[in-house]
Design a protein around this ligand. Structure first.
Ligand code: CTP
Length: 213
């Protein structure tokens, strides 16, 4: 039987009124490359995608979402039937505490938006993951291995792909990525700068190895 991969991609948008939101520059390229690589490796793929400007990969089931709450709902719905879950999405950690029903009108003074934490989807899945293999991403600007190790353990992951988002030649919106992959058994792979599709194939083949083990 074909293994089932659930992959998330892109940013989330956290609205404070119907037309304004807080988000991040994630392009979705890494997640979409992972979806293609998993499909090409023979998997059935569900791609939960935040708003991105990419065309849906052929042969992949795309579930479009907007907010972190919608992403969580879609992921939880599909995760139970998945063999591998890869959270490549840049999920917002905070959302405005309320979303106004009508467009906010401007006034003379300054405004502030109160923010509350969103739920950590990956950590939640790590709690009762059973046999599902969990792969996270870590966007860091310093102490990459230390931070990624902490996230791997805290979220009960099998693998985490860490990258330095302060580099100008990789990460957010770039076609390239320079990643360090940390495995549950402590193995660390420091990969050179490479195109995202190539990194995606590497990650998918590591996932296939985990399923075979
Ligand atoms: N993630 C998630 N749900 C969230 C936030 C993050 O599932 N609400 C996932 C991301 O998809 C990624 C991993 O957690 O796979 C790590 O995300 P990152 O932003 O690097 O780390 P955080 O755990 O949010 O920690 P911090 O922002 O403090 O570095």
């Amino acid at each position: 039987m074909k293994p089932v991969f659930l992959i998330t991609a892109g940013p989330t948008r956290e609205y404070f009124d119907p037309v304004r939101f807080i988000s991040n520059p994630s392009s979705g390229k890494m997640g979409y490359a992972l979806a293609r690589a998993a499909r090409d490796a023979g998997a059935r793929v569900v791609l939960v995608s935040g708003p991105v400007a990419l065309s849906p990969p052929r042969g992949v089931t795309v579930v479009p979402v907007g907010t972190a709450i919608e992403m969580r709902r879609a992921v939880l719905r599909h995760s139970r039937s998945s063999d591998v879950v890869i959270m490549a999405a840049a999920v917002a950690d905070y959302r405005p505490s309320r979303t106004l029903r009508r467009k906010m009108k401007k006034g003379p003074g300054r405004i502030s938006v109160a923010m509350v934490r969103t739920r950590d989807i990956l950590a939640e899945m790590g709690k009762g993951k059973g046999k599902t293999r969990l792969v996270g991403f870590a966007a860091e600007t310093g102490s990459i291995v230390r931070e990624a190790t902490r996230k791997l353990r805290a979220k009960n992951l099998d693998m985490i792909v860490a990258n330095n988002i302060s580099r100008r030649d990789s990460g957010f919106a770039s076609d390239f990525n320079k990643a360090v992959i940390l495995h549950r058994d402590g193995k660390i792979e420091r990969l050179p700068l490479m195109p995202k599709p190539r990194l995606a194939r590497h990650i998918v083949s590591r996932c296939m190895e985990m399923l075979d083990a």
